[in-house]
Design a binder for this molecule. Structure first.
Ligand code: HEM
Length: 408
């Protein structure tokens, strides 16, 4: 994602009056002033359910929770062939299983689900907790830390590298390549970063195919693909493992940033969490509703005469900013408020439909363990004077640098 494409200011003639906006989905209007989630909520509150923007080569944006859910859940009408905007960048994505539609998508998902299911993730609990404790104890006595550099950027990557059997020392490189595939303006193009992943993973894939280890990657490559009666090919294994690495790394890192900033600013919220004792899952679910952060897209398969008030043409792109679903006030009253008493509050932080995140159990576990171990050791903390909360543009919403202080 080295550069954003120039934009053509003239919308197609079928875009109805009142549905045209000028929005770069990687930097929505007023984001610098309001922050990532409030800027998206502001755009949603002032716009119809579906709008057209000429930016990023021109595309629709589903802004209401229902429109967003309808796009994600309907693979008959909306294809995942291209999921990254602008289309010229997304065309080359080609990773597995994100860019494959059902029914071909299913065998890969059965494999992923089998290795990321709740029982498997429960088995990782101890290792995840050990990693969290080790990191926090490394700086707790200092009375402050750069949370982004010393915790968020390390913790999920360490958990993940252990799962796929890569050494921890590779975390910075992997994080860098992942960022180049999810953010505009980086020093490597999307294609070059993907190639770097393939080059790094190829020897690992070959080794594990020949002699499977105990790790998740080995297990997936050794398994028969359900319904196909064969193992994954080398090419499929490279595309799938690259996708899992990117998906598991950038999301948790940045999500933790949003949550910890909110907690640093709100002592009452910290007190509520501490009072919950060991069971932080309802709180974690509410944080996912409030802080969704993945902005992806679908390609319209066939003309649709009326989709939430607009006509869509085959081949057009429609953006699905997953963060807006949980922020829709018609579905979640007072959506910006964090309320741990909400039950089954609808949101799409993990997507929905056939591509819904297979890593969500792991992500929830990582966040819950972080909060438990953090609050146990650092019950009260505030934002550091040198925190830089400016938003970083990209497919995954992010804050530039979260620093924190607490009584040493
Ligand atoms: C904060 C944490 C996370 C968030 C917010 C998140 C969000 C999402 C979303 C919105 C999708 C749907 C993409 C689509 O519809 O095209 C997705 C898919 C995916 N996620 Fe996650 N994710 C997170 C963590 C993880 C983790 C920890 C892993 C891996 C262990 C993971 C692996 C994947 C994979 C492989 C897919 C593709 C699934 C498919 O196409 O069928 N994610 N994620």
């Amino acid at each position: 994602m080295a550069t954003l494409a120039p934009h053509d200011p003239s919308p197609p003639s079928h875009v109805p009056a009142g549905h045209l906006v000028d929005v770069d989905v990687y930097a929505p209007p007023r984001i610098a002033e309001l922050g990532f989630h409030r800027a998206w909520r502001d755009l949603q509150a002032s716009s119809p359910a579906v709008v057209w923007t000429p930016r990023n080569e021109g595309h629709w944006i589903a802004l209401s929770g229902e429109a967003l859910r309808d796009v994600q859940s309907d693979a008959e009408r909306f294809s995942s062939r291209v999921i990254v905007l602008p289309r010229s960048v997304g065309e080359g994505h080609g990773l597995i299983p994100t860019t494959i539609d059902p029914p071909e998508h299913r065998p890969y998902r059965v494999l992923l689900n089998a290795h990321l299911n709740p029982a498997t993730v429960r088995g990782l609990d101890e290792g995840i907790r050990r990693t969290a404790i080790e990191l926090i104890e490394g700086f707790v006595a200092d009375g402050g830390c750069d949370f982004t550099a010393r915790y968020a950027e390390i913790f999920p990557i360490r958990v993940f590298l252990a799962m796929v059997g890569l050494p921890e020392s590779e975390a910075p490189t992997i994080r860098h390549w992942a960022s180049c595939m999810t953010r505009p303006g980086m020093d490597m193009s999307f294609d070059d970063a993907r190639q770097a992943f393939f080059d790094r993973l190829a020897p690992l894939v070959d080794e594990r195919r020949a002699q499977p280890g105990e790790d998740m990657l080995s297990a997936m490559m050794a398994a028969q693909m359900p319904g196909l009666d064969r193992r994954m090919t080398r090419d499929e294994a490279l595309k799938l493992s690259t996708q899992v690495l990117i998906a598991g790394v950038d999301t948790v890192v940045n999500f933790l940033g949003f949550v910890i900033v909110e907690l640093a600013r709100d002592g009452a919220l910290r007190a509520q969490l501490r009072a919950m004792g060991g069971n932080l899952m309802p709180a974690v679910n509410e944080f996912f509703r409030r802080f969704g952060l993945v902005t992806i897209a679908r390609e319209v398969r066939h003309d649709i005469a009326d989709f939430h008030g607009v006509p869509l043409k085959a081949g057009e792109m429609i953006c699905i900013p997953t963060q807006v679903h949980g922020l829709d006030e018609t579905l979640n009253p007072d959506p910006l408020a964090i309320d741990f008493a909400r039950r089954r509050a609808p949101h799409s932080a993990f997507g929905s439909g056939p591509h819904m995140c297979p890593g969500q159990e792991l992500a929830r576990k990582e966040v819950a363990i972080t909060l438990e171990e953090w609050l146990r050791r650092i019950p009260d903390f505030a934002l550091g004077a040198d925190a830089d909360l400016s938003p970083v543009p990209g497919i995954v919403g992010a804050l530039r640098r979260v620093t924190l202080t607490w009584p040493a």
